[in-house]
Each structure stands twice: as C-alpha cells, then as structure tokens.
Design a protein around this ligand. Structure first.
Ligand SMILES: *Cc1c(COP(=O)(O)O)cnc(C)c1O
Length: 463
C-alpha cells in the first residue's frame, strides 16, 4: 500500500515514509491510495481473534514495508502496558454499550495510538541509524500520552510544552513525574495558544527543523488513525458474534481523528456493518454545524469541562473532504486555501452524502453534568465528561440498533466534573494515586520562542 496527499502534490510513498513525514510536503494530509475492504468470510475468521491479532491482520492490509514478524512484535509491545487483557474492553450500560479506551498508561484513548507510534518511530530510526527530536504543545492529554509512548527509547528525545498552572494538576504530574533522560517538560508562563504558537514558530524555521530532525506527534499522523481503526472493528465483531450485524458508534469529537478512524472502519467493513457515526461535540460545535447544515465555519474556542474537544479547526477534517471531492486533490487544496483565508466553507451540496455517514449533536455543559449523574445513579457506571458528551449525543441521535459509545478518558482524570455531577471525587486508579508524592522534573520558562529554541538546541539529539 502506498500513501498519497489529500492535495495531490506528492509522489506516492511507502508506509514508513508516510509515518515519518506526518504532514505531507504539499501541506496536505496522507491517505492510503485505496481503501481496502473485507468480506463476511474474513470477518468469520477475525471474529475469534484477540485485539493484538486483529490489529496485525488490519495493519497488514495497510503496511507492506514491515515484515509480519516485526509488525507482530511492535503490536505486542505497544499493548503490553495496557491494564486490561482485552486492551479495549466493552460493557453494556443500560441500553447502550461503552467501549473503554482508557486502559493505557495515561488513562486516555490517545495511548492506543501513541504507544504504537512510539514503537514505530523507534523501529524506523533503528533501521536507518537516525534520530529525531519530537516537539509538541499540549493542553493536557496528548502530551502525557506522547511522553509515555517514547520515554526511554533510543534515538528519540521529546520536548513537550504545556501552559504553566493551566492544565489540571494531575495532568501536569502525569508528564513531569516521567524522569527518563530523553524526556523534557517545558512549562511556559502563558496559555496553551502561546505554547502552540512557539511550537509552530520553531517548526516554521526550516533550518532549525532539519538540523534537529524535529518530529511531530499530533493527530494528523496516519499511523495514529490506523491504530484507532482497530477498536472499531474489534467492538463491531464482538456484537457480530452475538448475531448483531449493524451498529452505530458515538464518538466524542475534537480534531476529527478518532471519528475519521471510524469512517475508515465503515468503508472497510461490509455495507451497513457500521450504520452511522454519531459525531458528538460540546459547545464547540463547528462539526455539528457541518453535519447538520453543511456549514464548516470557524468560531471562537469556548472552554468547557471536556477540554480535549475544545477546538475550532478540526485538523483531520481535510481527510474526509478528500473523499467528498472523490479524490480530487486540486479541489481539496482550493477549499483549504479558501478556509484559511475566510474561516468558512459552504459544503451544503454534500449534505445528503454526509447524512449517510454521520449524525451529530452538540451537548451543553449542563447536559454533560446531568448525563454523568444520571448514568451513575441508574447504572452505577461513572463517565468522564468527554464520554458523557458522546453518551448524551447517542441518546439524541441513535436509531433502532445497538449503539457503542467510545469512552475516551478515565473519569479520575477529570475529577472536578465528576465531583460536580455526583457530589464526590472519583476513586484514583493506581496510575494516578501516588503521583503527588513522586519526584518531578520540569523547566519553567517565559512564553518566548527564542528561550525555548535555546533550551531545545542545548538538549536535543544531533547527528
Ligand atoms: C483527544 C480527545 C478527544 C477528541 O479526539 P479527536 O481525535 O481529536 O476527535 C476526545 N476525548 C478525549 C479524552 C481526548 O483526549
């Protein structure tokens, strides 16, 4: 399988190059040249498989430049640190299913992809005797999952900026208590946007970027999407075993990465296996407006209690746009340029097509709290606020078939929202319980790109 750009401006690449490139050089996102599909008899075989084995079969459809044994080993190691033997277990809560994606080392679904991405980077670098310096900014979850994915790996240093004092205390500790020599936490005195702007500035300096082989771990990396396809298929197969041949998924959405993986799974499986993807948003309802009216237009970011979904530009949306334009890269490029200039796209002519794929609902803060409270009282099951947005949207949009709600974070990561909903703090799982007593390491700095550049330069790996 080879990989092309959504904007049509690069020669097709093998998988490993696509992973290392992240963003395509023409500014587009990478996608497989064709989307594979599987038939019912393949599903009969897959239905019996463990999570890891299913991941191997799925990856084999998209990866032909890593041998099967190596791929198997990469997958095994990536999921060995999950605390549940099924990696992403599913349970029934009332009349819906919850797919728990938070059993990884940092208790959010980003571990599913970033554990694998860390191992893939290390594999590619070991083969080429190369090195990379990962640089990123985080408002919370992504940073700790990225650090957990690459800590201790040879050939990789990681620099993660977070806004000083503005993440939750637990989120900061999940990063700063990692003492491996290749991990550098930088707390900047400023907002997440300040941190993000510094990172963009340093990536924009091409000489600096090349000299230090800067790498990114943001959600546009194709390997992250691919790793997420696995749990959609895994969950669907569990219900197929029970005789259910068509399901809906509800997905708490921010950057459109997770739900785009659902779209790939929908294309891969026989028609109607995945009937609809329910795109759940909080008050930041850009994508809900798109699904409901074909209006894709940027607004102001509104802070909510589901902060990982507080976005106004969905960085993976361009991938879906590519399919709406039936693979015409020039049209994608025109649209994205228009959006960059005006902050708006009118996609209403695609509404019928979009309605085949998605339903959507935007969930308020009050509804989020009420949903956590109601599910706790009625079923004794505790939702985190992101998952609660998905559950509430599912209640609104589901049709007459089973619905699987993705649980994207452990409730203990968002104790304040839980406290508000049920009147007490959630129990801390062992990964979080001892954090406050642990030793920490973190560089606190002004929000100044030059200071960060000097710090990175003096601690970076170099050729
Ligand atoms: C990142 C994140 C999301 C949003 O996922 P996208 O792929 O950006 O749409 C939802 N919930 C949690 C807990 C997250 O960390």
């Amino acid at each position: 399988m080879r990989y092309i750009s959504t904007r049509g401006g690069i020669a097709a690449l093998p998988f490993q190059d696509a992973v290392m490139m992240g963003l395509a050089r023409d500014g587009g996102l990478l996608l497989p040249e064709t989307l594979p599909s599987v038939d019912e008899s393949t599903l009969d075989l897959w239905q019996q498989m463990s999570y890891q084995r299913l991941a191997l079969e799925l990856f084999s459809l998209f990866v032909d430049d890593i041998d099967r044994q190596t791929l198997e080993d990469l997958i095994e190691r990536s999921y060995a640190r999950f605390s549940h033997p099924q990696v992403t277990p599913m349970r029934m809560v009332g009349d819906f299913y919850v797919l728990e994606l938070f059993h990884g080392p940092t208790l959010a679904f980003k571990d599913v992809a970033l554990q694998l991405l860390g191992n893939l980077f290390a594999h590619v670098l070991a083969q080429s005797s190369g090195f990379m310096n990962i640089l990123g900014a985080t408002s919370g979850d992504t940073g700790s999952a990225a650090i957990a994915g690459v800590r201790g790996k040879p050939g990789i240093n990681i620099f993660i900026l977070h806004p000083y004092g503005r993440t939750s205390p637990l989120q900061a500790l999940q990063m700063t208590t990692v003492l491996d020599k290749n991990v550098f936490n930088i707390a900047v005195r400023g907002s997440f946007d300040d941190a993000q702007t510094i990172v963009k500035r340093l990536f924009g300096d091409l000489a600096f970027r090349d000299q230090y082989q800067l790498g990114a771990v943001n959600s546009i990396n194709w390997a992250r999407v691919l790793a997420q396809v696995v749990y959609y298929v895994f969950a669907f197969l569990k219900l197929r075993r029970l005789g259910k041949s068509s399901v809906d998924f509800s997905v708490p959405t921010g950057n459109f990465g997770d739900i785009f993986a659902g779209y790939v799974a929908k294309q891969l499986l026989p028609k109607d296996s995945i009937h609809r993807l329910i795109l759940a948003t909080n008050a930041n309802d850009l994508l809900t407006r798109f699904v409901q009216c074909g209006d894709y237009s940027r607004g102001q970011v509104i802070p909510t209690m589901s902060p990982s979904m507080d976005i106004q530009i969905a960085s993976n949306f361009e991938r879906y746009l590519y399919y709406l334009h039936e693979g015409d890269g020039a049209k994608v490029r025109d649209d994205m340029e228009h959006f960059a200039q005006t902050g708006k796209l009118d996609l209403s002519r695609f509404r019928e097509r979009t309605a085949e794929d998605f339903r959507s609902h935007s969930v308020s803060e009050d509804e989020t709290i009420a949903t956590i409270g109601a599910v706790w009282r009625e079923h004794g099951y505790l939702l985190d606020p992101h998952t609660a947005v998905g559950v509430r949207a599912a209640q609104e949009c589901r049709e007459d078939r089973p619905v699987i709600c993705l649980a994207t974070a452990h409730p203990a990561k968002f104790g304040a929202a839980v406290q508000k909903a049920i009147g007490r703090d959630p129990d801390l799982p062992p990964q979080l319980a001892g954090l406050a007593e642990k030793e920490t390491r973190c560089e606190v700095m002004e929000a100044d790109a030059e200071a960060v550049r000097r710090f990175v330069a003096s601690h970076a790996l170099r050729g």
